[in-house]
Design a binder for this molecule. Sequence first.
Ligand SMILES: Cc1ncc(COP(=O)(O)O)c(C=O)c1O
Length: 392
Amino acid sequence: MLKLTQNAFFTGEISPLFTADIAEQTRQFHQQIEGYLPTPLISLEQLAARLGVKAILVKDESYRFGLNAFKVLGGSYALGKQLAEHLGVEISDIDLKTVAAKLPEPLVFATATAGNHGTGVAWAAREMGQKAVVYMPKGSAQASVERIKKLGAECIVTDCNYDDTVRIANQTAADNGWMLVQDTAWEGYDKIPTWISQGYMTMAVEAQEQAETMAMKPTHIMLQAGVGAMAGGILGYFADKLGADNFSTIIAEPRAADCIYRSGAAGDMVAVGGELNSIMAGLACGEPNPVTWPILKQCSTFFASVEDNVTATGMRVLGNPLAGDTPIISGESGALTLGLLYTLASSEKFAAERQQLGLDKDAVVMVFSTEGDTNPTRYRQIVWEGMLSTHA
Ligand SMILES: Cc1ncc(COP(=O)(O)O)c(C=O)c1O
C-alpha cells in the first residue's frame, strides 16, 4: 500500500531560487490579477482528534481563480515574466489587461500537460491577450480537453505518455518559433520552469500567513509530487521561512511514477519509464525536475511511494468529513497526502512508521489539496461508487 524512506541526504541548505522574498514578489504579481483571493486553509479539528494529532490544516486549491487547481499560479507567473522580459520591463510594470496592446501581435505559448498546467497556461494566455497551444498525453480526460479548448487554446492529444508529450511540445514550439512554457526542466531549459515553481510559492505564503492567524506552526508538511516542481517551490519557501530543521517534510508520489522516491533513496535523479499508469494524472510523471530536485534532496525528510487506493481514501475522507469539519472536494492528485496521513494514522499496521514520522499529539500537519474534481466522472466513481476501495 505504501513505502516510506528517510532522506539520508538531508542537509537543510536552502535554495536562493526559492526564498521567502521571491515568494512575496510572486504573491504581489498574483494579487493584481482580477479575481485574486487567497484560497482557504481549513483546519479539520474533528479529524485531527480522531487521528491523534494536534491539527490538520488543508489548503483547498479548488478555489484558485475558479479553475479548480493550483497550477495556474505557475503558468501565469511564467507568462508574466516572459512578457516582461520580451518588453524589457520589470514584472511589477506588467499590466495584464493592457500588455497585449504593447505587442505587434500576440505571442504563442506552447505546453504539454496532464490537464491542470495546460488549463492554467490557457487561462493566463487568454487573460493577457496571448495564444496557447496545449499538448496532452494519450488517455487524457475529455473534461480537461474541453476545459482547455473553452479557454480559447488549441488542444492536441498525442498517442504517447506524459514525458514523450513534453518532447513533442518542445519540438513543435522550436519548429514554429513559439515559446515553450513547461513545468519541468532539462539541460538548457530551466528559466521558465524556475519561474513556474516560484509562482507556486504564492500558495505557501498564503498558507503560512493563514496558519499564523490560527496561531499554528506546521511540524509536518506533506507534499505530493509529479516532477516535483510544486513540492520544490513550497518546500523552498518553508525551509527559508521556518528553517528546514524545524519541521518534517514528506514527499508523496504514486507507486507507478515514483521518480522522486527513487531519487531520494539513491541521492541522485532517477527516472521511471513506461506507461506510468495511475489515477493521479497530475502526478504521473516519470522524470524529476532538475530545477527543484536539489531543494527536495537538501530539505525533505521522507519520501513515500503510494498506491492509488490511498488517494481514493483521501478523496472520500475529505469529501465526507466528521460532523463539525468542513467538506473539501479533492481530486485524485489533490488527496494523496491526506489519504497517506489517514492511512498511517488509522491502522496499527503503520505504528512504526507513525513513530518514525513523529505523527503524534503535538503534530501540526499541513497538506495541500492541489485540485478539486477536475475529472468529475472519476470523482463520482471513487467517492460515490467506491472505486479503489481499500476493503474491496
Ligand atoms: C493537482 C496537481 N497536484 C500536484 C501536481 C504536482 O506537480 P509537480 O509536477 O510540480 O510535482 C500536479 C501536476 O500537474 C497537479 O496537477
